[in-house]
Design a protein around this ligand. Structure first.
Ligand code: COA
Length: 364
């Protein structure tokens, strides 16, 4: 009875798990990781320590450096490469099923996989850039942070502004409760799947534009507004066609998305040339969305300003879902471990609304 009465399309507002990992403060526009506001983390500790905070509830030792591993074949499509390679590593490393191994072993598996996602994405981006060689481990290990090593592995060099942009983006998007990819990771972990299978499943959810992919659509919007010189006109055209403005609206926040605020500040501090147009488009979008949906808060979300910050680091639009995967390995890992401890299969119900009983002969 309750399952039928409680049905919500998209499960909006349905509490599916309890978590101690991160707390998006819906009304207050804050995001806390294990109780610590992300405002306190950005610029003070690098991403790999935030991974430690989320996964181990301790900054130390943080995410490990990747094992030496040369993926056999990469296509240059980074999310697809990461999804395939992380699933393959389950076999290469003979990872145990999460229900059959200790919490410590599962945590170590997740640490190795997380570090490897970054390495695979960097290598895949290098392939996409047309390089056939890889950067030597000696050059990469000269980097002081995971973001710096990521850029070194990709480009062989790491501009400090680019490092700051990526580190800030990764920290802001490291974890955010139960979105599509994290739910997927938890569902897989709840079956006892190994950590690689669960992480690979989570990466698969990022191929659509509604989760992790919005930044790829933001820069083209900003370029069009810059060319037109009329942000309000652009927004009106887009909404009258029934399209969505990418980077606006959020399932959780009924106030400002704190990550958008932080990333907007970073974009300004790093001197992005797109800030002025981005501000104009943001203002026009907020006015138009408020006018069309007066009962709903449709504010700027993380992905709008993430696009501008990632653009500072010359991240091509098509790489943005993979950049999100690199960031979210912390959240996925923490949630897979939390689900392991819950030790309960996630198996919701479906309400059947199809045809009533009938005979095969009715279909002939
Ligand atoms: N642009 C235009 N209209 C939007 C909108 C946007 N970005 N976001 C929501 N709306 C409108 C919808 O069209 C819908 O209108 P309707 O009731 O007239 O059909 C209404 O607001 C509610 O939308 P809904 O899809 O139910 O909201 P949601 O809370 O389920 O969706 C998102 C959340 C993020 C999926 C949604 O806001 C969206 O698609 N945003 C753009 C993609 C994006 O930025 N994704 C990154 C999220 S971090």
């Amino acid at each position: 009875m309750s399952e039928v009465a409680d049905f919500k399309p998209g499960l909006e507002g349905v509490v599916a798990v309890e978590t101690e990992i991160a707390e998006p403060d819906r009304e207050g526009g804050a995001l806390r990781s294990r109780g610590v506001d992300i405002e306190e983390l950005v610029g003070h500790v690098p991403y790999e320590k935030v991974w430690g905070l989320l996964v181990d509830e301790s900054l130390e030792p943080g995410m490990p450096e990747p094992d030496p591993y040369e993926p056999p074949s990469l296509t240059g499509n980074a999310p697809a490469d990461a999804q395939a390679e992380i699933a393959r590593l389950s076999g290469v490393w003979s990872l145990g099923k999460v229900t059959e191994i200790s919490d410590e072993q599962a945590r170590d598996d997740l640490g190795r996989l997380s570090a490897q996602v970054m390495s695979i994405v960097a290598r895949s981006a290098r392939v996409a850039d047309g390089h056939e060689d890889s950067v030597s481990d000696d050059v990469v290990s000269g980097g002081k942070t995971a973001a710096e090593r990521f850029l070194l592995r990709w480009r062989g060099e790491a501009d400090p502004r680019h490092v700051t942009a990526i580190d800030t983006y990764w920290i802001c998007t490291a974890e955010h409760g139960l979105n599509a990819s994290t739910f997927t990771a938890r569902v897989a972990a709840s079956t006892g799947a190994d950590a690689g299978a669960a992480m690979s499943a989570a990466i698969g959810t990022l191929s659509g534009p509604l989760h992790g992919g919005a930044p790829a659509h933001v820069i083209p919007m900003i370029d069009e507004v810059a060319a037109m010189g009329d942000a309000a006109g652009y927004v009106d055209d887009l909404l009258s066609r029934g399209d969505r403005i990418m980077g606006f609206g959020h399932r959780v926040y009924r106030a400002e998305d704190p990550r958008a605020r932080l990333l907007a500040r970073t974009a300004e501090e790093l001197g992005s040339p797109r800030v002025e147009t981005a501000r104009a488009l943001e203002s026009a979008a907020l006015v138009a969305l408020q006018a069309r949906h007066p009962d709903r808060v449709l504010a700027t979300n993380v992905e709008y300003w993430a696009a501008i910050v990632l653009d500072v680091a010359d991240i091509p639009a098509k790489l943005t879902p993979a950049m999100f995967a690199c960031a979210r390995v912390a959240g996925w890992s923490a949630h897979e471990l939390e689900q392991k401890r819950v030790a309960r299969l996630i198996r919701p119900a479906a309400r059947y609304i199809g045809p009533g009983p009938r005979s095969l002969s009715d279909l002939r």
